[in-house]
Design a protein around this ligand. Structure first.
Ligand code: HEM
Length: 154
């Protein structure tokens, strides 16, 4: 899992934390799914993000997978077992895609969720987006002089 929140040590503890998050933020699986339908509805229409989503063959499947992902991340349900890095590897995403994705996520979260719910989701989205972006777009290393046969830089 990409989120850096420590995984609670037992199912009971996870369930208790999940109840506390719902009480504090209003986030539950139904609210998360509603928000995600609005977010992906907007993302599909977006000039920059839309083309990347054009290849999604089954939107109901994507909403189901992504709802499990966000319930795992935000409510610690632990029932997402996918590979987000691989899922994006073929999309040729650029930093601008991540900036736009996060801006839209923030905008839709602000409209669809409580302020506490939006903050809870956004904090995690920023962290995961950063880790995805770093994994998919490694920064180029500074050029280092290549050693010659004698071991001296050329
Ligand atoms: C930067 C812009 C992004 C674009 C254009 C994008 C696009 C996509 C696409 C096309 C898929 C495959 C959907 C399918 O075929 O069913 C996908 C899957 C997914 N995306 Fe993104 N994504 C982006 C950023 C993110 C970010 C920031 C997150 C998390 C915070 C995320 C989480 C996921 C997850 C969990 C999946 C499902 C992986 C699986 O199949 O298990 N994406 N995304």
């Amino acid at each position: 899992m990409l989120a850096s929140t420590p995984i609670p040590e037992s199912a009971e503890r996870r369930a208790a934390l999940s109840v506390a998050v719902t009480a504090r933020t209003g986030l539950d699986p139904a609210a998360i799914e509603r928000f995600l339908r609005a977010f992906y509805g907007a993302a599909r229409q977006d000039t920059l993000l839309g083309p990347a989503f054009a290849g999604v063959a089954d939107w109901e499947r994507h909403i189901a997978v992504i709802t499990r992902f966000w319930c795992s991340v935000a409510l610690m349900t632990g029932d997402y077992h996918g590979q987000p890095m691989q899922a994006h590897a073929h999309l040729a995403l650029q930093p601008a895609h991540f900036r736009r994705w996060l801006a839209l996520f923030e905008q839709v979260a602000g409209a669809e969720l409580t302020p506490q719910g939006a903050e809870h989701m956004l904090e995690r989205a920023r962290r995961i987006a950063r880790s995805l972006e770093m994994g998919l777009l490694p920064l180029p290393l500074p050029a280092t002089p290549r050693p010659t046969a004698q071991g001296q830089p050329a």
